[in-house]
Design a protein around this ligand. Structure first.
Ligand code: BMA
Length: 837
C-alpha cells in the first residue's frame, strides 16, 4: 500500500506566524512565488532581491489520516525520494530523521509514531548557508569552486557549495542564476506492507548470442520474518513465468538470484541504428501462494564496451554497441529548471524528442546538476539515446572528512542501484573537469594546485583521489560490475591529465570561446572523443521578451547582463561576430545573427569531428538545454525553442553527411556514413553564383562504405573558382541516391561579412495542413539564413535559418502548438541581408 503525501501542505518562514499553502514536490521559491510573496525569480533582475531566502529557515507541514487497515501492516515506512537539503523530519512531534543530501532517498520506519486518525508531518529546512558557513570557517581555507557565484549570493568570496551534497548549479553557474533553494523536491509517501517486500530488482546480462540471451534477476527482499515462498520472473505480457525459484526467507535483507533466458533476443540499438528494443521484466514474490509484492523494470539486451586500444595515433576511446563501433553524437545536458519539481513529464518528453529529432544518440548528464528522475532515463531507453552519466561533482574540490565521504558513498550506492538496469546508461564518470582544473601541467589546466601550500595541496589531492579513484569506482565495481567507469571528464588516461592535443581519452576543447581562438581551430583540435566544446548565443527575441521590458533591449542593459552569466560572454560574442559577420543594425538583428554565428561554429566543429572518424569517435557539444531564459551555449532555450544551432546540429549529425572543407588551398569533399550498410550514390558538386547561374559542376558516382568517413573528391580551389568573384558564389555539394537527397551542404569561400549578398525578394505560398501550415519559399537570388518567426502563437518550424538557394523551391511546415489567427499576416521572414544596413 502506497500513499503519496501530496495534499494539505503549508509552509512558513521559521519563527513567523503566517502559514501559506505549499506544494510537495516543490521548492520554497516556487511556493513563495505562487503565494505572490515574491515576484517571478526569472524576470528581469528579480534574482537579486531573492537572496535572503537561502539565509533563513523554512518549515513545511501537512496532516493526513491513517486508518486501522494501514496501521495493522507489519511495516510502515515514510519515504522521501528527495529532500533539498538540510531537513529535520518530525512525525507527530517526534524527530524521525535528519537529512543532508538532496541526491539521496530517505526511508524511515514510522509505524510506532503514527496515530489512528490524523497525523502531522513537519519538515524543518535549515538554511544551507547557515549550515555550511561554519564548515568553511572550520576548514580554514577556501576549496576551489569555480562556478559558485558567492558574490551574487551576498556572501562575498565565501564559496560554500562544496560542502553541501546539493546540485552545484543552484549556487550559480556561467549559464545559471543563483537560487539556493530548499524543499521537498521529490515525492514523499507512506509505504505499508506485510511479510516481505522486493526492495530492489537488478537484471544482469550474462551472455548474448543470436539464439539466446542468458540473464539473471537479482532481487533484494526485505522480510519481517522467516517464510517459505517463491519468486517468479515474467517477460513482457506473458502469463507464464520464465523462471520460478523457491525461497527460504529469513528476517532482514535476503539476496536472491534467479537465472532465466530469452530466446532469439531482440537487441537494443541507438537512435539511427535500429530499434531500441525493450523487454519488460516483472518479478512476483509469493508467500504461502499469495502474491505479496511485485516489481518490474525495463531492460534492453545489448553489449556495450568502451574500447581503448592502442593504435597509430594513440589510444582509441569509443563505444562499441552490439559489436559495432558507434560514433557518439549529441550534447551535454543540464537540469531543465532551477526549480526542479516544476519540470513536467511533457517537458522531459520535449527535450528528449528534440535530441532524437536532431539525430543524437548520446547525452552527457553533466556533474553540476542532478542524477535525473527516472522518467528521463526511461525516455532515453525508449528513444535509443546513450547516457554518459557523471556523478554529481563539477569544477570544485570537495572536502574529504569521513562524514562527507560516507554521505557520498551512500549517495553513489543508491543512484547506481537506481539506474543500473537502464540500457541507455553506458558510462559512469566521476566528475566534471576537476582533474584538469587542479594543475597547470597540461595545456588547458586551470592551475588550482598553485593556490595552496604543499601540505594543504597534498591533502586536497589525496581527498580527490580517494573519492574518484577509490570510493566511487569501488561502488561501481560492486553494484554495477560491467559498466565502464572513467574518473573525470576530460581525461587522457586513468592517471593522465587531458589536454587539447591528447591522443587518448576525451577532450573538452575550449580554445574556441574561452581561448578566443577562431572557429577554424575546431578543425585542428580533434581528439579521440570530444565531450565538450561550444559557443554561446542569446535566446530568440520572443524568449528575451519574456523576461525584459522595452528599455532592456540592448545587450549591455542591466537586465540582459543579468541573463548573461559568463563574465566575458557578451564581449566574446561581439568579437566573434566582428570576425565573421557585418554589424547587426539593431537588437533584434543582433540576437538573430548571434544564433547564426553559434550555429556556423558548432557545425564546423561537428563536421570536423565526424570527418576524422574513426580516429575521433564522439562529438558532444556544450550544451543542449537551459534552466532559465539566458544567453548560453544551449541549442534549445528554456522554453524548448530550437535555436539556429539545433537545426544545424540536426543536419550535421545526420547519419549520412556530405562535408566539404578547404585544406591548404585544396577543396576536399568527404562523405561520412554512420549506416551499417554500404551505399551506392551520386555526388554532385556545383559552383553557383548568387543569381543562380551554375559556373562549374562535377558529378561523381560513389560507393560509400558502411560506418566510415572518406574523402571522395580533391581539387585545387583556384581551379574550381576559375577567376570568379568569391564574394558572389557558393559551393553546393549534394549526395543523392536515385532521386533522393541524402545530404546537402552549402559552402562559402569567404566569411559572411565579406559576401556581396543580394537583397532577395522572397516569394511565399502558404497552404493549410492538418496540424499547421505548409510554407513554400522561393527567390531568384540567394537568401542566406532565412529566419521565420511568429510572435502571436506557439509552434514549430520544421526547418529554419537555412539558405534559400536562387531559383529553388524550399518547402517547410509550421506545426501549431497554440491557436493561430492570420498566420500569413503575422509570419515574419528575414534573411541575413536584412540584418545589416
Ligand atoms: C564546461 C562545463 C561547464 C561550463 C561550460 C561553459 O567546462 O563543464 O562547467 O558551463 O564549460 O563554460
Amino acid at each position: 500500500m502506497k500513499i503519496e503525501l501530496r495534499m494539505n501542505w503549508k509552509f512558513r518562514q521559521a519563527g513567523k506566524n503566517e502559514w501559506l499553502p505549499a506544494t510537495a514536490p516543490g521548492t520554497v521559491h516556487t511556493d513563495l512565488f505562487q503565494n505572490k510573496k515574491i515576484e517571478d525569480p526569472f524576470y528581469r533582475t528579480n534574482e537579486r532581491n531573492l537572496q535572503w531566502i537561502d539565509k533563513v529557515d523554512w518549515e513545511y507541514e501537512t496532516d493526513f489520516n491513517v486508518n486501522e487497515t494501514l496501521l495493522k501492516k507489519d511495516r510502515i515506512e515514510l519515504i522521501f525520494d528527495g529532500l533539498d537539503t538540510y531537513a529535520d523530519v518530525f512525525l507527530n512531534d517526534e524527530l524521525l530523521l535528519s537529512t543532508d543530501n538532496m541526491f539521496r532517498e530517505w526511508k524511515v520506519d514510522c509505524k510506532n509514531y503514527l496515530r489512528l486518525g490524523t497525523s502531522v508531518l513537519r519538515i524543518y529546512f535549515h538554511s544551507p548557508v547557515k549550515i555550511d558557513i561554519p564548515k568553511l570557517k572550520k576548514l580554514g581555507y577556501q576549496l576551489p569552486a569555480a562556478s559558485d557565484q558567492s558574490e551574487n549570493g551576498e556572501l562575498g568570496d565565501k564559496k560554500i557549495s562544496v560542502f553541501a551534497r546539493k546540485a552545484g548549479y543552484h549556487y550559480g553557474w556561467d549559464w545559471g542564476p543563483r537560487f539556493v533553494t530548499s524543499g521537498i523536491w521529490r515525492p514523499v509517501y507512506l509505504l505499508a506492507w506485510n511479510n516481505a517486500k522486493i526492495v530492489n530488482l537488478q537484471i544482469v546480462q550474462n551472455s548474448v548470442e543470436e539464439e539466446k540471451a542468458e540473464l539473471s534477476a537479482h532481487a533484494e527482499i526485505e522480510s519481517t520474518g522467516n517464510f517459505e515462498g517463491n519468486l517468479s520472473i515474467y517477460l513482457d505480457k506473458n502469463e507464464k513465468a520464465v523462471a520460478v525459484k523457491k525461497l527460504q526467507l529469513t528476517s532482514g535483507l535476503n539476496q536472491v538470484q534467479v537465472e532465466f533466458e530469452i530466446n532469439n533476443p531482440e537487441l537494443w540499438w541507438t537512435n539511427g541504428l535500429g530499434e531500441a528494443h525493450l523487454y519488460k521484466i516483472t518479478s512476483h514474490l509469493k508467500i504461502a501462494n499469495v502474491t505479496c509484492d511485485e516489481k518490474s523494470t525495463n531492460f534492453g539486451i545489448r553489449t556495450i564496451k568502451v574500447v581503448r586500444k592502442k593504435d597509430e595515433t594513440g589510444t582509441s576511446f569509443y563505444f562499441e554497441l552490439n559489436g559495432v563501433p558507434v560514433f557518439a553524437k549529441g550534447a551535454n545536458y543540464i537540469p531543465n529548471d532551477n526549480f526542479l519539481p516544476r519540470v513536467s513529464k511533457k517537458r522531459y518528453e520535449e527535450v528528449i524528442q528534440s535530441a532524437v529529432d536532431a539525430n543524437f544518440n548520446m547525452l552527457r548528464v553533466w556533474g553540476g546538476g542532478i542524477y535525473e528522475n527516472d522518467i528521463f532515463y526511461d525516455l532515453c531507453d525508449k528513444c535509443g539515446i546513450m547516457i554518459w552519466q557523471d556523478f554529481m561533482f563539477a569544477c570544485s574540490m570537495y572536502p574529504g572528512d569521513e562524514k562527507f565521504v560516507e554521505n557520498v558513498r551512500q549517495e553513489a550506492i543508491q543512484n547506481v542501484k537506481r539506474l543500473r538496469n537502464h540500457p541507455c546508461l553506458v558510462l559512469w564518470c566521476g566528475n566534471n573537469e576537476i582533474d584538469s582544473a587542479w594543475s597547470h601541467d597540461a595545456p588547458g589546466g586551470w592551475g588550482w594546485e598553485e593556490r595552496f601550500d604543499e601540505k594543504i595541496g597534498a591533502k586536497i589531492w589525496y581527498d580527490y583521489e580517494k573519492l574518484f579513484h577509490e570510493v566511487i569506482p569501488d561502488i561501481v565495481k560492486k553494484y554495477d560490475t560491467h559498466r565502464f567507469y572513467w574518473p573525470s571528464s576530460p581525461l587522457a588516461d586513468f592517471n593522465e591529465r587531458s589536454s587539447y592535443n591528447s591522443k587518448s581519452g576525451d577532450i573538452h576543447y575550449w580554445g574556441v570561446w574561452h581561448g578566443k581562438e577562431p572557429f577554424e581551430n575546431f578543425q585542428h583540435n580533434v581528439g579521440r572523443f570530444i565531450s565538450e566544446y561550444g559557443f554561446q548565443s542569446f535566446p530568440e527575441f520572443k524568449t528575451v521578451k519574456a523576461f525584459t521590458i522595452i528599455k532592456d533591449w540592448t545587450i549591455n542593459s542591466e537586465v540582459m547582463k543579468a541573463h548573461q552569466r559568463s563574465g566575458t560572454g557578451n564581449e566574446l560574442i561581439k568579437n566573434y561576430m566582428d570576425m565573421y559577420y557585418r554589424e547587426p543594425k539593431d537588437f533584434e538583428s543582433l540576437l538573430y545573427v548571434g544564433q547564426v554565428l553559434q550555429a556556423e561554429g558548432v557545425k564546423m566543429a561537428v563536421e570536423a569531428h565526424r570527418r576524422k572518424m574513426p580516429c575521433c569517435m564522439g562529438s558532444l557539444y556544450w550544451q543542449l538545454n537551459d534552466c532559465w531564459p539566458v544567453s548560453s551555449w544551449s541549442s534549445i532555450d528554456y522554453f524548448g525553442r530550437w535555436k539556429a544551432v539545433h537545426y544545424f546540429a540536426k543536419k550535421a549529425f545526420n547519419n549520412i553527411l556530405i562535408s566539404p572543407t578547404i585544406n591548404e588551398d585544396k577543396l576536399k569533399v568527404f562523405i561520412v556514413s554512420d549506416l551499417l550498410e554500404p551505399l551506392s550514390a551520386k555526388m554532385i558538386i556545383d559552383v553557383i553564383n548568387f543569381s543562380g547561374e551554375k559556373m562549374w559542376q562535377k558529378t561523381i558516382p560513389v560507393e560509400v562504405k558502411a560506418n566510415t568517413s572518406h574523402c571522395y573528391f580533391t581539387e585545387n580551389v583556384k581551379k574550381i573558382i576559375n577567376g570568379l568573384d568569391k564574394k558572389k558564389i557558393f559551393l553546393r555539394t549534394i549526395l543523392m541516391n536515385k532521386e533522393q537527397h541524402l545530404s546537402q551542404n552549402i559552402f562559402y569561400f569567404l566569411p559572411a561579412k565579406d559576401l556581396n549578398l543580394p537583397e532577395p525578394k522572397i516569394e511565399m505560398a502558404i497552404t493549410s495542413i492538418k496540424n499547421g501550415f505548409r510554407i513554400r519559399l522561393s527567390s531568384l537570388e540567394l537568401a542566406k539564413n532565412i529566419y521565420l518567426s511568429i510572435d502571436e502563437t506557439e509552434g514549430f518550424f520544421t526547418d529554419n535559418y537555412f539558405d534559400l538557394l536562387p531559383g529553388e523551391v524550399f518547402e517547410l511546415d509550421f506545426l501549431k502548438r497554440g491557436y493561430v489567427e492570420n498566420f500569413k499576416e503575422n509570419l515574419k521572414i528575414v534573411s541575413l541581408r536584412n540584418s545589416y544596413q
